[in-house]
Design a protein around this ligand. Structure first.
Ligand code: GDP
Ligand code: GDP
Length: 479
């Protein structure tokens, strides 16, 4: 399975099944626009965020703490997709003075968002903080929607005090109640008109490996991109002024074609986003969508932190292949890779399957090896395992380690397994008790598959109910 091939991966015959995963089996093109929510503390930003995102935030139970407390999410309104960001969530109460915080929020929104929602408290009237942030936003020139929140009733709306808020100088002023869902639809109907219409998804170029280079600020992302492309190519590939500022850079190395996706944000160095650790997760969140492989940079001189784990968890959640490059290794001449590996195993046990390299974007050490490793896992990512092979393995797994019995002592049997999708490899398993298969056993199957077929990528399993009698296995000669 590790063999290098330039053949395009077979297209999954049963895309509908793969679509059950909630994710398109092929990469989507283009960066998603960002809508930023800004405003003073306690005006209702996170209430509005939750209202707009609804139940769409999928919590991954396996990754405690890592994907909780999210202040960004995919959202959709009237057929348009965007990433909603609650910028208030990036600051804690212990952070510096309120005014600085509010200023940073506004700047972040102006730099990074296509549309801004400024939330103010309708009960409190415009405060000096509101005026300050409004002034910055007006200067920034991004379309801004003023959500006058906590207008819980029509009576309240009639009281005529909205005019106070027109002083903030915005054309789009909406009385809303985030808590009671009043006025929110009207505001969103008007807002989405300002989002760029997404171009139809590009046809996926089957044998181009699309890589998202992600990591915390200052970890070395731009240095790495520079090293891979050379300065001239960087400038040449820069096409400013596109609606979502997404810039892809292409390169070819040893016969394999690569695209580094959405590198624009990485290079816009002066922006405040480059300082705000938490925003690196939002960037990664957006950049990953159009990638096959996530190349996560870690800083050798700083032990893996929460932000690193969050990004790694996102890659897994989105079902992307992952390669980890521990960068700035040149700074630690005496360092031991094994120790770092152990530390990573402890802090991010859920990505134990991902290849790890130790190198330096500055000196160029392991830089192209990391690229080749991305190409290698890309082949695994779109690989197809022949059905007889995977059934033989399943048979062996069941013989050696049968599934634990379900509640009531019923045996759990897996009759048949077949790959139904790629990117990531996705398998459908026919079983008498889909609910009876424990998470431990699922992980066990996945790990055995990784070992047997050399798949160092996420693997997805779909369990389907079949009774033994219903099930008529195809003969090997039919396949
Ligand atoms: P944030 O700090 O801006 O994110 O504000 P929160 O969303 O945490 O809300 C602050 C407080 O305002 C909470 O107690 C919310 O329940 C309350 N709140 C939010 N939206 C509304 C609303 O539409 N009406 C009323 N009456 N209270 C609200
Ligand atoms: P980004 O914010 O992730 O794009 O990080 P940059 O590429 O801007 O790098 C931040 C700083 O780290 C710069 O001063 C780089 O020169 C430095 N840097 C990047 N990679 C390496 C490396 O491998 N070794 C050392 N010693 N410094 C590096």
């Amino acid at each position: 399975m590790n063999k290098k091939t330039n053949q395009p991966a077979e297209v999954a015959p049963d895309l509908a099944e793969a679509a059950e995963l909630g994710e398109s089996p092929t990469a989507a093109a283009g960066a998603t626009p960002v809508v930023a929510i800004v405003g003073r503390p306690n005006v209702g930003k996170s209430t509005l965020f939750n209202r707009l995102v609804g139940k769409r935030i999928a919590l991954v139970e396996d990754l405690p703490g890592v994907t909780r407390d999210r202040n960004y999410a995919h959202a959709e309104w009237d057929g348009r997709n965007f990433t909603l960001v609650d910028t208030g969530g990036f600051w804690t109460d212990t952070d510096d003075a309120l005014l600085n915080r509010v200023r940073d929020q506004a700047r972040l929104a102006i730099d990074e968002a296509q549309v801004v929602i400024l939330v103010v408290d309708g009960d409190a009237g415009p405060t000096s903080g509101d005026l300050e942030i409004a002034a910055l936003l007006r200067k920034g020139g991004k379309p801004t929607f003023l959500a006058v929140n906590k207008i819980d009733s029509f009576k309240r709306e009639q009281e005529g005090f909205l005019s106070d808020f027109y002083r903030l100088g915005f054309e789009h002023v909406f009385p809303v109640s985030a808590e009671h869902a009043r006025g929110v639809s009207e505001m969103m109907d008007a807002l989405v008109k300002y989002l760029p219409v997404q171009p139809p998804p590009e046809k996926v170029e089957e044998d181009v490996c699309r890589i998202a280079i992600v990591g915390r600020p200052n970890v070395g992302k731009s240095t790495l991109i520079n090293k891979l492309l050379g300065e001239e190519r960087m400038v040449a590939s820069d096409v400013p002024g596109t609606t979502t500022d997404s810039v892809d850079a292409r390169l070819e190395h040893k016969g394999t074609k690569y695209v580094l996706t959405d590198t624009a944000g990485i290079r816009r160095k002066r922006s405040i986003a480059a300082r705000i650790e938490q925003f690196s997760v939002v960037r990664a969140f957006n950049a990953m969508d159009s990638a096959d492989v996530v190349l996560l940079l870690l800083d050798a001189t700083e032990p893996a932190v929460d932000q690193d784990a969050r990004i790694a968890a996102l890659a897994l959640e989105k079902g992307k292949a992952l390669v980890v490059l521990v960068n700035k290794w040149d700074k630690l001449p005496q360092a031991k890779a094994d120790e770092f590996r152990q530390e990573l195993d402890y802090k991010m046990p859920f990505i134990g399957w991902a290849p790890i390299l130790f190198g330096s974007a500055l000196t160029g050490s392991k830089v192209f090896e990391a690229l080749r490793k991305c190409g290698e896992v890309f082949e695994q990512y779109r690989a197809r395992v022949p059905t007889p092979l995977v059934n033989k393995l399943m048979q062996r797994i069941e013989d050696e380690h049968p599934a634990p019995r379900a509640q009531g002592g019923f045996p759990v049997r897996i009759f048949y397994i077949a790959q139904v999708g790629t990117r990531p490899p996705t398998f459908s398993l026919s079983t008498n008790r889909p609910d009876g298969v424990t998470d431990d056993y699922k992980r066990f199957i996945v790990n055995r598959m990784r070992d047997a077929f050399g798949l160092r990528v996420p693997i997805r399993l779909l369990f389907k109910k079949k009774s033994k009698r219903q099930f008529v296995p195809k003969k090997d000669s039919d396949r």
